[in-house]
Ligand binder design. Structure first.
Ligand SMILES: Cc1cc2nc3c(=O)[nH]c(=O)nc-3n(C[C@H](O)[C@H](O)[C@H](O)COP(=O)(O)OP(=O)(O)OC[C@H]3O[C@@H](n4cnc5c(N)ncnc54)[C@H](O)[C@@H]3O)c2cc1C
Length: 462
């Protein structure tokens, strides 16, 4: 196999970093989960740092030479945030996987940014602890990517999104400085909340190299119940009844009828005939607490339901969540591609958002569906696109613009958890007032005056 000769940029970087962090630019580093939407970048160099110091030296060199930098985690993002659309240097954090410190008895851990989400969760679990954020691609995504997108997931309903579990960050900011904000302390109100600014900044303000995370003693039991309803109205009424009854499930998820058609055949249990909506609620706590809460949730969700499935034992519970994690893939499999967004609306507008998604799809001649984190009003509103029809893809992108308008009309937001990245660039202007938009631009300028960090993403205009 012929290997490409290193470019002059790669040679210059190798001269200051040594050859080890430089790797050939392969296709795996040029796309993310938006690949089906035609997003693929090109990069002039790929750096795989093994230390925060190498991240800092890479950014310093790029800043001095006006070269754009794109930070990359596990590449599971749905917003094109890690895609290097205008060339430059991709800094992929996958070698930064050390646990710098773990104090299980103090419920805290300090990990490097490239550690995979599932590994953080497993390590915590092995010590009787719980790291609640559980975005669906946890085996591939990295904790740094989760922090950069402020990722959610099913259990964000009770426990909050990733940022709620980050007490401190180490990050490299332009022009190549290593900074620490926050730390292992659980409270810190000295200064502005720079930690909060970096969380969810999608690689546009700094490159996260390590994080202090808060943990909890692990609940003893997780007991979900899946309730099948006839339609959107009945399902959403059941969801609202759960909140109205004062019960606190750890997760409160939904799938609409079209999503059930795609994913239902693999459901680990019986799907009743006529089911057009699924609600999954999970109870957690001590064995007794979880059992009692699940019984109460079953009663509330069971009113008018076509059927309930209540997994018992760790294997069955895991099978249900594995199935839930596979929903996105099952929907993609139906037509080959999809345009899937993550709008969020107030809970009492969820039914309207689900129905409107179907109406937008119909107007654009596209099969559509939605599923997501019902308790948070966060829906993955999706237009299914045939694998070989680019005209359909263009229609789906137009349909997505209507979704953003819908989210705003319903007092919601264009993104509940995936971020803005490249695919929603320019859309912030629909949501934020001019003064708030101007503050965004000022913050970007304060961190990154040359605009070289992940250009074209998050706060960029169309
Ligand atoms: C099947 C599936 C299910 C999913 N389910 C969920 C879900 O339930 N909830 C949810 O929120 N998301 C979900 N996602 C989306 C995705 O997993 C999350 O957005 C995740 O947080 C991205 O992490 P990553 O490491 O893959 O980041 P990447 O995709 O590599 O990057 C995402 C963004 O973060 C930036 N970035 C990455 N690492 C760093 C760093 N160290 N420092 C600074 N910036 C960085 C990138 O530049 C980019 O802008 C799902 C994705 C898939 C494929």
């Amino acid at each position: 196999v012929a290997t490409k000769a290193p470019s002059s940029l790669e040679r210059e970087l190798a001269a200051i970093l040594g050859p080890d962090p430089l790797a050939p630019v392969t296709a795996a580093y040029l796309g993310d989960e938006t690949e089906g939407r035609g997003l693929r970048g090109r990069a002039d160099a790929l750096v795989l740092p093994s230390s925060a110091d190498v991240v800092a030296r890479t950014l310093a060199w790029c800043y001095e030479h006006d070269v754009p930098v794109v930070p990359r985690g596990g590449g599971t993002g749905f917003a094109g945030g890690a895609v290097p659309l205008d060339g430059g240097v991709v800094i992929a954090l996958e070698r930064l996987t050390r646990v710098r410190r773990f104090d299980p008895l103090l419920w805290r851990i300090n990990v490097e940014a490239g550690m995979r989400t599932a590994d953080v969760r497993r390590l915590a679990r092995e010590h009787g602890l719980f790291f609640p954020p559980d975005p669906g691609a946890a085996e591939q995504s990295q904790i740094g990517g989760n922090i950069a997108t402020n990722a959610g997931g099913p259990h964000a309903f009770k426990y909050g999104v990733t940022g709620a579990w980050v007490t401190g960050l180490e990050a490299v900011v332009p022009p190549g400085e290593l900074v620490r904000v926050g730390g292992s302390v659980r409270k810190d109100v000295a200064g502005y909340d720079l930690r909060g600014l970096l969380v969810g900044s999608e690689g546009t303000l700094g490159i996260v190299t390590a994080a202090w995370l808060r943990l909890l003693p692990a609940p003893e039991a997780f007991l979900p119940v899946a309730a099948f309803h006839r339609d959107v109205q009945a399902g959403c009424e059941a969801i609202e009844r759960v909140l109205g009854s004062g019960l606190t499930p750890a997760a409160l998820e939904f799938l609409d009828g079209a999503t059930l058609e795609a994913a239902g055949p693999a459901f680990p249990g019986e799907v009743p005939a006529g089911a057009g909506f699924l609600v999954i609620a999970e109870a957690d706590g001590s064995r007794e607490e979880a059992a009692r809460l699940r019984a109460e949730l079953s009663e509330v969700l069971g009113e008018g339901a076509l059927g309930l499935v209540s997994p018992t034992g760790a294997g069955e519970v895991e099978a249900l969540w594995r199935w839930r994690d596979g929903v996105s893939i099952a929907v993609t499999a139906r037509r080959g591609r999809k345009v899937s967004e993550d709008i969020v609306v107030p809970l009492d507008r969820l039914a309207e958002a689900i129905e409107e998604t179907l109406a937008i799809g119909r107007r654009h001649g596209l099969p559509s569906c939605s599923w997501g984190h019902a308790g948070d009003g966060n829906l993955h509103a999706t237009f299914e696109v045939s694998a070989d029809d680019d005209e359909e893809l263009a229609r789906a992108e137009l349909a997505a613009l209507e979704l953003f308008a819908l989210a705003i009309r319903l007092d919601g937001s264009i993104s509940g958890e995936h971020g803005v990245g490249w695919v929603k660039r320019g859309q912030l202007a629909r949501q934020w007032e001019p003064a708030a938009l101007a503050l965004h631009a000022e913050i970007k300028r304060a961190f990154d005056p040359k605009g070289l960090l992940n250009p074209g993403k998050k706060v960029a205009a169309l």
